[in-house]
Design a protein around this ligand. Structure first.
Ligand SMILES: Cc1cc2nc3c(=O)[nH]c(=O)nc-3n(C[C@H](O)[C@H](O)[C@H](O)COP(=O)(O)OP(=O)(O)OC[C@H]3O[C@@H](n4cnc5c(N)ncnc54)[C@H](O)[C@@H]3O)c2cc1C
Length: 388
């Protein structure tokens, strides 16, 4: 076997979080290697597909605060590369007016002075045509929200990383990790030594952590990504300024249902259920549960009358859930030169630039730019309650 190659830092996992982290490390002049088990780009993790929602509408202030800087970082990346990554559409938030979830979202937005429009039952259909606001539901629009172009983002940030001298090796699966002051990482193709390791392995995180005596309470679920055909093409199109939307809870479920205007596939609107059924990440396509699709069909028939209530396209993706649905951004409890970014619980894409910055700071032993207590591993020993 050839001699091990030396790096300042190895990042395992070239999804959105690993790619932004590697880019940040390279910006700080760290000789960095970014590894992925699959040929890039691929559709087998959590970061593929054309679009994601970006929003400041959250129940917790700490996410809304992080998004302030995050929007600026997205804009900076667009400026530096000349690539359009964000399109403003606004996010229509709906939910039972008196419910805790809806009220928390509304008050967090108001408290943080996020530009928003409160819709009334009387003016709702004038602003949002061909859509049903259920009896008793409130509605508001988070104006700055919109769409992020996901596949394009990964290509762009990986190219920026390479421009700075960063090295990407794909189709190299990490098979073993030997912790220590210098970490040894063995892959299907080579051996690398690094002062620091970052694990951003999405649904495979616990597989990687098993080499370091750590397991996190992560659950991997399969998401059926459903696209619904417009009866009249263009009815819910991004060009007609139809917004992204989220229903916090409704007749069909207490879980979020969310949607994006037709854009990536002309004539098709993406509407998904914000949870899924447990799966092994290597056996994703063997999980064939359709209970979420049945529920979405009822919702579409009830509230989005301009769509055919039968999905025209169903794609697959995975969420990696923590018990409280907050991320894990922390150093390994035993090995401070191993940093973990995981458990993004289906809402991590928009935070990519800030997650990259924070994981880079943790890796270099710098004081993190934000209070990371909601994201620390130690919370799992004391708190496993469900977050909103
Ligand atoms: C359908 C869907 C809709 C979503 N919508 C939104 C949204 O609107 N807004 C939002 O903010 N977020 C959204 N998310 C969530 C967001 O996309 C994820 O939080 C984010 O992509 C997670 O990225 P990641 O880098 O942690 O994981 P991944 O993208 O899964 O990357 C992990 C990488 O690690 C690699 N890897 C694993 N094990 C190894 C190994 N042993 N060796 C080498 N490489 C390895 C994998 O191959 C993979 O490429 C959505 C997710 C899904 C699935």
């Amino acid at each position: 076997m050839s001699a091990a190659e030396d790096f300042d830092c190895v990042v395992v996992g070239a999804g959105v979080q690993g790619s932004f982290t590697a880019h940040q490390l390279a910006q700080k002049n760290q000789r960095t290697l970014l590894l992925d088990q699959f040929v890039l780009p691929h559709t087998r993790g959590s970061s593929h597909g054309q679009t994601r929602i970006i929003r400041k509408a959250y129940e917790q202030d700490f996410y809304t605060h992080m998004m302030e800087e995050c929007y600026a970082l997205w804009a900076q990346l667009e400026r530096e590369t000349g690539v359009k990554l964000y399109r403003q559409t606004g996010l229509l938030v709906m939910g039972p007016e008196k419910s805790q979830n809806y009220q928390l979202l509304k008050t967090t937005l108001e408290r943080n002075k996020v530009p928003l429009v409160l819709l009334t039952r009387d003016n709702f259909s004038q602003h949002i045509p061909n859509f049903t606001l259920a009896e008793g539901d409130g509605a508001l629009v988070d104006i700055t929200a919109g769409i992020l172009y996901a596949d394009r983002t990964l290509r762009t940030v990986q190219a920026q990383f390479q421009k700075l001298g960063g090295i990407i090796r794909d189709k190299e699966k990490v098979m073993d990790i030997k912790p220590g002051p210098v970490v040894t990482v063995s892959t299907s193709a080579g051996v690398y030594r690094a002062k620091r390791l970052v694990i951003t392995a999405g649904p495979w995180t616990n597989r990687l952590l098993s080499h370091t005596d750590l397991q996190l309470p992560l659950e991997v679920v399969k998401i059926n990504v459903c696209y619904w055909k417009e009866k009249v093409p263009g009815t819910y199109s991004v060009k007609r300024r139809f917004p992204c939307f989220v229903l916090t809870e409704g007749e069909e479920t207490n879980e979020h249902i969310y949607g994006l205007p037709s854009d990536e596939y002309p004539g098709l609107v993406k509407i998904c259920y914000h949870n899924g059924v447990k799966t092994d990440p290597d056996q994703r396509d063997k999980q064939t549960d359709r209970s979420d699709i049945n529920l979405l069909q009822k919702y579409v028939a009830r509230c989005v009358p301009g769509l055919i209530p039968e999905p025209a396209v169903v794609e697959s993706c995975m969420y990696t859930m923590t018990p409280d649905r907050h991320f894990v951004l922390d150093c390994h409890p035993k090995y401070s030169n191993i940093v973990i970014g995981a458990g993004f619980s289906g809402h991590g894409f928009k935070f990519g630039p800030i997650v990259g910055k924070l994981l880079c700071e943790l890796s270099l032993g710098e004081v993190p730019s934000y209070d990371l207590s909601p994201f620390r591993i130690r919370r799992f020993q004391t708190k496993t309650k469900s977050a909103l």
